[in-house]
Design a protein around this ligand. Structure first.
Ligand SMILES: Cc1cc2nc3c(=O)[nH]c(=O)nc-3n(C[C@H](O)[C@H](O)[C@H](O)COP(=O)(O)OP(=O)(O)OC[C@H]3O[C@@H](n4cnc5c(N)ncnc54)[C@H](O)[C@@H]3O)c2cc1C
Length: 512
């Protein structure tokens, strides 16, 4: 058994193997001469006090002991499939469900409305430069789902440790840097993800799975409480034995389809607000208390939360060195999100700054029906769009927002389609404005420098999680009314991020 120890090293020494070894020997003099090898199992930064240190959790192997291989790959059975299962959606949930089905000897048939990664890139260029939203191919729809051009942060609060490791190891197997296995806050980066997703696709196809791009689920036929066939692109009927529905939080047509067919779906709370962007050096200075960041430290991140005006206000999907991205999935709506490249070397730090939205907030205007939260979300996105007449985003300096005045100028911003000075109180509901003002005032006190005129709020960050839940039975994960329908991933309300969606995909495949 290895000895598990924790050491602290200065940033300049933390990536040096010999210095790590010396530090271990110094901290454990009684075993120094018996050390055979050292395995890094977790790396984090402690910036709370000076000097800033890396905290390394290590397995120390003594007297000829060596680390065991920790590779946890899918073992795919190639000798004939016992059945076929349709997976709707090729996001992290759909992809990992496909791997798990292949391991169980079941053929996955993935149905994806969007395009393969390379073709999808052209639509993203048109979105950013010509401000044209393709409703089938955008930051949320297409191969790899919202995960492909996401930031690729892989931190999760999920307690299913084994499954988290399996997801991370699968990403490494298909090309992610092995650092994600040890970093406390693993990150892949938008420049790396598309290639990894392509490799995953190649593996699913090579092992007998099918993937149909440009193919949208538009209907299904139900006989005796089970889906007998799915209808794609309004004309092609495909018989199925079971359906894993992993269409993500932006597939509004799916929520409408289920509701129109009188299949149970429920409105659920979510969060809504803006993206806040600071020059990265301001966040570095706040977090590291250094005017110039040590070159061995990564661009600083943050995570903040408070209660304000009876709501939760919190940062969401913070992207150091990142870009604010247009994440709308349809015409006439403005939605922003964020990503960063693997090096996180951009000039700006952006983060969602969102407020919890509960039934009491939408009930008076939109009622309590299954799609009421969705209608509320949609109306805010639409108002944001109307405020500029395009996906150019409404924006306000932080200080002006707190002081309730329009920004006469705006700072430089990473959002490529562009921003326009508009008072956010004309776009966001009053309870969100009040909670954000109080929240920002509070954050300005706890993070000195965070409240600044150099920071800008860009609207609207509305797709934090699904405003609809597709219910499923706890014991078998089947929809309570349709026995071979398995609601899955973020869109159904069972995940919030890449890793948890991937885990839910595997869990649903096992349930099938
Ligand atoms: C810009 C951006 C940055 C992000 N950054 C991070 C991050 O750093 N870390 C993190 O954990 N998460 C991040 N996310 C969120 C993350 O991408 C999602 O949580 C995750 O992708 C959800 O996985 P999913 O498989 O459940 O759904 P999705 O990834 O949304 O996939 C659903 C798929 O279903 C397809 N689909 C929808 N309707 C149909 C239909 N009718 N027929 C056929 N196919 C359909 C869609 O085209 C899509 O490909 C980010 C998202 C965005 C947009």
């Amino acid at each position: 058994m290895p000895l598990e120890i924790e050491i602290k090293l200065l940033p300049a020494d933390a990536f040096d193997e010999q210095k790590t070894r010396d530090a271990v020997a110094l901290s454990q003099p009684h075993i120094a001469s018996d050390i055979n090898s050292i395995q890094l199992i977790k790396r984090s930064i402690d910036a709370r006090k000076k000097p800033i240190v890396y905290v390394l959790k290590l397995n120390v192997f003594l007297n000829g002991e060596v680390p065991e291989s920790t590779v946890n790959q899918f073992e795919i059975k190639q000798n004939g499939f016992s059945q076929k299962v349709a997976i709707i959606g090729c996001g992290p949930a759909g992809i990992f469900a496909a791997f798990q089905l292949l391991e169980r000897g079941i053929q996955p048939i993935i149905i994806e409305r969007g395009k393969p990664v390379k073709e999808r890139r052209r639509d993203l260029a048109a979105l950013n430069k010509e401000l044209l939203v393709n409703p089938e191919s955008n930051y949320c729809f297409g191969e790899g789902g919202a995960g492909t051009y996401s930031d690729g942060k892989l931190y999760t609060r999920s307690k299913k440790r084994g499954s988290v490791e399996r997801v991370l190891q699968t990403f490494v197997q298909y090309g992610a840097n092995a650092d994600i296995l040890i970093d406390a806050h693993p990150h892949i980066g938008t420049n790396k993800l598309p290639h990894i997703i392509e490799k995953m696709r190649e593996s699913i196809l090579a092992n007998g799975g099918e993937i149909h791009f440009d193919t949208k689920l538009t209907d299904f036929k139900i006989v005796d409480g089970a889906i007998e066939s799915i209808v794609c692109n309004n004309d092609t009927e495909i018989p199925v034995s079971a359906v894993i529905l992993a269409t993500g939080h932006s597939a509004r047509d799916i929520f409408h389809l289920l509701n129109d067919k009188k299949i149970l779906v429920e409105a659920k709370p979510f969060a809504l607000g803006v993206r806040i962007e600071h020059p990265q050096h301001i966040i570095d200075t706040i977090q590291y208390k250094q005017i110039k960041r040590d070159e061995n430290l990564p661009p600083a991140a943050y995570s903040i939360v408070t209660q304000a005006e009876g709501c939760g206000v919190f940062s969401f999907c913070m992207c150091p060195g990142g870009i604010i991205a247009p994440a709308a999935t349809d015409k006439n709506e403005t939605v922003v999100n964020g990503w960063s490249p693997s090096k996180r070397n951009g000039a700006f730090a952006n983060s969602g700054l969102v407020v919890t939205v509960e039934p009491k907030h939408w009930q008076a205007q939109y009622g309590m029906g299954p799609l009421s939260a969705l209608a509320f979300q949609q109306s805010v996105e639409h108002t944001a769009y109307q405020s500029t007449g395009s996906i150019i985003a409404p924006a306000q300096r932080v200080e002006d927002f707190i002081q309730n005045k329009i920004s006469s100028t705006l700072p430089e911003c990473s959002y490529i389609p562009g921003i326009k000075s508009i008072e956010l109180k004309h776009i966001l509901p009053d309870f969100i404005i009040k909670a954000m003002r109080t929240g920002l005032t509070h954050f300005g006190k706890t993070m000195h420098g965070y409240r600044t005129s150099e920071a800008v709020l860009v609207g609207v960050e509305s797709r934090t999680s699904s405003p609809v839940r597709i219910p499923r039975n706890k014991e078998n994960l089947q929809h309570p009314e349709i026995k071979n329908l398995f609601p899955c991933g973020e869109g159904a309300g069972y995940a919030g991020g890449i890793v948890s969606a991937a885990i839910d995909g595997m869990v649903c495949a096992n349930a099938v």
